[in-house]
Design a protein around this ligand. Structure first.
Ligand SMILES: [Zn+2]
Ligand SMILES: [Zn+2]
Length: 137
């Protein structure tokens, strides 16, 4: 199994050698900044399975839960690529738009629905979490 991806300007490229563990749509307020006002589309992989080439900028922030989060993006074109929590170093979250195949899997759940604007389209067929769901593994 090899999944590939990168940023818009192709300065950053990555390879993943494991299957995706989950895909979630996140409406938290921070994600709305990253996704132009919509939910982010996030695919979870084991962090040991990824090889990254190119330069990234790391934006560090502290979540409401107290988790220290690292969000990495391309400093040249600004494409959001990865997110990771210091409390869960074995997982890496890849922004679905950075995958070469954006139809690799379909979403499992919508999270942080309480922070979504009223007009947000949320798929009623998917499980919803008002805030942060339990970790995938
Ligand atoms: Zn780039
Ligand atoms: Zn979020």
């Amino acid at each position: 199994m090899e999944i590939t991806g990168g940023c818009l300007c192709r300065q950053v490229r990555f390879r993943i050698t494991a299957k995706p563990m989950a895909m979630r749509l996140c409406w938290c307020r921070l994600c709305q900044y990253l996704a132009a006002g919509n939910a982010t589309v996030n695919v979870v992989f084991p962090s040991s399975s990824i090889t990254i080439e190119g330069q990234l900028t790391d934006y560090r922030s502290i979540a409401e839960s107290g988790n220290v989060m690292h969000r990495r993006f391309c400093p040249k074109c600004g494409t959001p690529l990865f997110s990771a929590a210091e409390s869960r170093p074995h997982l890496i979250i890849v922004r679905n738009g950075a995958l070469d195949d954006t139809a690799l899997i379909t979403p499992d759940a919508t999270i942080w629905t309480t922070q979504a604007p009223e007009w947000a389209w949320i798929d009623e067929a998917l499980p919803q979490h008002a805030g942060q769901p339990p970790p995938v593994a």
